[in-house]
Design a protein around this ligand. Structure first.
Ligand SMILES: N[C@@H](CCC(=O)N[C@@H](CS)C(=O)NCC(=O)O)C(=O)O
Length: 224
């Protein structure tokens, strides 16, 4: 893999790297996106030399390599924001921006666990209905917090759309496959608003794309 451009993103379809891709699209950054299959390709020697766990995202920007989606959001906002997606140190919304940016992973750990339970663990005998129930409940509790936050506002911050919405928006994009978000009206409207954004749409797999992690419309309807 030769990395030529200033910014290179290693991505898997609808994995957490979708956050980085969405942000790159929001900011219209010139970047090379290398899409890897969710499996063997992540464990190649070449890729493991960039990310020690062989996960995505991984971003290369000149001499800098970063492999945490929240850190990548901070880095890109800090260095390239032209759309008011960053709340820099000193901004009255700085603390809230950081909190929601990282709250995205509080939601996503449950999504990752459910992905493991219902997709990665192929043999249904090895799956645990107890873990599934517990993780679904914890995911719902984490989404409930967003429902309250969005009571009187369209985005997580009062001032409007920011990088924090990209982090949380991806968590909902994947989370909605494991629980019915229509029971949360504010969250449903919020997800609808986010998913209509052209930059979000550009970050989705193209029709006919292969190597998808998620192939079903949802997984919460499936029996244990
Ligand atoms: N906290 C990390 C999590 C990265 C992560 O676990 N990515 C998953 C995809 S959503 C992955 O690459 N999994 C592949 C594997 O575990 O082999 C982040 O936000 O970037």
């Amino acid at each position: 893999m030769d990395v030529a451009m200033a910014i290179t993103l290693f991505h898997c379809q609808e994995a957490r790297s979708m956050r980085s891709l969405w942000l790159i699209n929001e900011l219209n950054l010139d970047a090379e996106v290398i899409t890897l299959s969710f499996g063997e390709e992540l464990r190649s020697d070449d890729y493991m030399s960039r990310h020690p766990l062989g996960r995505v995202p991984c971003l290369i920007d000149g001499d800098t390599t970063l492999y945490e989606s929240g850190a990548i959001t901070e880095w890109l906002c800090e260095n390239y924001d032209t759309k008011n997606l960053w709340r820099k140190p000193g901004d009255p919304e700085r603390a809230e921006w950081l909190q929601w940016l990282h709250y995205a992973e509080t939601i996503c750990v449950h999504v990752a666990s459910l992905t493991q339970q219902q997709i990665v663990i192929f043999d249904s005998e090895l799956r645990s209905p107890t873990v599934r129930k517990l993780e679904t409940r914890r995911l719902e509790k984490a989404i409930e917090v967003l429902e309250t936050q969005l009571e009187n506002q369209d985005y997580l911050l009062k001032s409007g759309f920011s990088g924090a919405d990209i982090g949380v928006g991806y968590s909902l994009h994947a989370g909605r496959l494991f629980t019915d978000i229509s029971v949360f009206p504010n969250v449903s409207r919020y997800y609808e608003r986010l998913s209509k954004r052209p930059a979000f749409q550009l970050s989705l797999p193209e029709p006919g794309a292969t190597n998808l992690i998620y192939t079903e419309e949802n997984y919460w309807m499936e029996p244990s």
